[in-house]
Design a protein around this ligand. Structure first.
Ligand SMILES: *Cc1c(COP(=O)(O)O)cnc(C)c1O
Length: 456
């Protein structure tokens, strides 16, 4: 069959409240043009993030009822641990309430002043936890990973030469080597199995534990199966196991590829590292058989891990992005190619060259997408990265609009609607003027800052 359908039918629905353009313009103005300040009932299609926003299956909801809420020794923990170990055969599996809690624990063990921690690209909370510990975070993705026009099949790969010289230069001050699959901050681009193996070997050669941030492991394995030589006949679960058996540990946000609305974990093989992690966990999250979660959450994740590696699901998931990218491309709208795993990225610097990066072209596109069609997206550009520690402004490397897709939540007609909104925006885009920031905190400003449109 040529047509790829959503491989599910709908048992329980959440109504979408339709609004008019005039209503949305008023809502956005009242929110001081910050999309994070909108109420979700005022959004028609919410593509702000794929984190924790997916739909749970009937089996997951059934598992929720089986949750055992015992403080210690809950069988729900055993099912969770077995679900993780079936894919990621680490000896110690420690639940946390989210990915960032796992990162905070990891950095309490390996971080600290004077340390250097490399990755392909650290996700922003990972970087935040590294820097909060006093260590330095370095991004060593291949050059193609930063070029929105490169068609390299594994744009998330680590630059192995850079990693080798980094390990030689920084020597003992490197406590661990990390890698993020898929590379979220780099557009959801995958890392090849070959690259993972090479990074693992380099880490081993230099005596460093190799830790995978595995948030989108199933999407990454799908790309390996599609694009890497010799992987086509293998099952997703076998590919996933290959990725993790060569690592010494992992961090995970179960709000991504575990179909959870909340959850995470940290895992290690080393007994003494795991013991340090558990001590920290008890201080900050909870007892080691529940972490920061309820027994019912652990059950939902154990079931989610069964479902996330389903090939029909992954085919539909990745095809959604490809489909939207093909259609936007046909409209002449610059998009990051090839399609990543969890989101479509529009290159607003190339699309709206008349708007200065410090007048936020990607934010301008995001605001107009909301006004025209009630679509909420996320700016990844100079609003997010432009403010420097000394308070000055510097344009970000790229001005991207991210349309992140909640898992199993929207259908093809939602995608067609999105394309139509872009088509309408195309007709208006040359008249757009950009924004200025009128009020901002001094850190992580994109969540709470206020904007005013620049007058034409
Ligand atoms: C979401 C995410 C995290 C952080 O996880 P939370 O559950 O949001 O705390 C870490 N790394 C990557 C790659 C992510 O996408």
């Amino acid at each position: 069959m040529k047509t790829i359908i959503e491989p599910f039918r709908i048992k329980s629905v959440e109504p979408i409240r339709m609004t008019t353009r005039a209503e949305r313009e008023a809502k956005l103005k009242a929110a001081n043009y910050n999309l994070f300040a909108l109420k979700s009932q005022d959004v028609i299609i919410d593509l702000l993030t794929d984190s924790g926003t997916g739909a749970m299956s009937a089996e997951q909801w059934a598992a929720v009822m089986r949750g055992d809420e015992s403080y210690a020794g809950s069988p729900s923990y055993d099912r969770f641990r077995e679900g993780v170990q079936a894919l990621m055969p680490f000896k110690h599996i420690i639940p946390t309430h989210q990915g960032r809690a796992a990162e905070a624990i990891l950095m309490s063990i390996f971080g600290g002043k004077g340390k250097h921690i490399p990755s392909n690209t650290h996700f922003d909370t990972t970087r935040g936890n590294i820097e909060a510990s006093g260590a330095e975070a370095s991004d060593l993705v291949i050059a193609e990973g930063k070029d929105s026009t490169s068609l390299h099949p594994f744009k998330g790969n680590m630059d192995l030469e850079k990693l080798e010289s980094y390990l030689e230069t920084h020597g003992d001050s490197v406590p661990i080597v990390m890698i993020t699959i898929t590379n979220n901050a780099g557009g959801g681009q995958p890392v090849s199995l070959e690259n993972l193996r090479a990074v693992s070997e380099l880490a081993k050669k230099h005596g460093k534990p190799f830790i995978i941030d595995g948030c989108r492991f199933a999407e990454n394995a799908w790309f390996i199966k599609q694009r890497e030589e010799g992987q086509q006949a293998r099952s997703i679960r076998d590919i996933v196991r290959d990725c993790f058996t060569i690592a010494d540990g992992m961090t995970m946000s179960a709000k991504k590829d575990a179909f959870g609305n909340i959850g995470g974990w940290i895992a290690f093989n080393d007994d003494s590292v795991a013991e340090q992690a558990r001590v920290r966990l008890i201080q900050t999250e909870g007892f080691p058989t529940y972490g920061g979660l309820a027994g019912r959450d652990l059950e939902a994740l154990a079931q989610g891990l069964q479902e996330i590696t389903d090939e029909d699901y992954l085919r539909y998931r990745i095809r959604t992005n490809e489909y939207i990218i093909e259609r936007l491309d046909a409209l002449g709208i610059p998009v990051v190619k090839p399609a990543g795993g969890h989101a479509v990225f529009v290159d607003a610097k190339r699309w709206l060259p008349h708007i200065d990066p410090l007048h936020f072209p990607a934010h301008t596109v995001a605001c107009r997408l909301y006004e025209i069609g009630g679509i909420r997206s996320c700016e990844i550009g100079s609003v997010m990265f432009g403010r420097q520690p000394d308070g000055t402004e510097k344009p970000a490397a790229m001005e991207l609009v991210r349309l992140a897709f909640p898992r199993r939540t929207y259908t093809q007609s939602h995608a067609d609607y999105l394309v139509e909104v872009f088509e309408m925006l195309k007709a208006e885009k040359d008249s757009l003027k950009g924004f200025k920031i009128t009020k901002e905190p001094n850190l992580m400003r994109h969540f709470t800052c206020e904007f005013a449109p620049l007058a034409g």
